[in-house]
Design a protein around this ligand. Structure first.
Ligand SMILES: [Zn+2]
Ligand SMILES: [Zn+2]
Ligand SMILES: [Zn+2]
Length: 109
């Protein structure tokens, strides 16, 4: 199990060419380079932690680029949120909560 940076998908055109257009810990406004839609990323806690995560078995993620998609943790508001490889589930390194990615304030092209 490894962690990667958040893989956001444009809610308008499903492109993965999504960039964070602001600074970490600000407004979480993202822009799609394909269709120019803008939107904010958010998270919601998943109801159950599911099968216990063995933190020792999880490789630490690479440092994200400044323009990598970034989402705030719904629980602790931290931004050390990463995606578990091979799925859509996000994971907060700070409070160890499993999270689901959401899109808010979608503004079309
Ligand atoms: Zn901002
Ligand atoms: Zn798009
Ligand atoms: Zn957290």
């Amino acid at each position: 199990m490894t962690l990667t940076t958040v893989q956001a998908r444009c809610p308008s055109c499903q492109s993965t060419e999504v960039f964070y257009s602001c600074t970490p810990n600000c407004c979480f406004n993202h822009v799609c380079s394909e269709c120019q839609s803008s939107f904010e990323l958010s998270t919601s806690p998943l109801p159950s932690a599911g099968p216990g995560l063995d933190m020792d078995a999880i490789g630490l993620p690479p440092e994200p680029d400044a323009c990598s998609p970034t989402a705030p943790c719904a629980k602790c508001q931290g931004i050390r949120v990463y995606q578990l490889s091979g799925g859509e589930t996000l994971f907060c390194l700070d409070c160890r909560t499993l999270l689901k990615l959401g899109y808010e304030n979608v503004a079309g092209p």
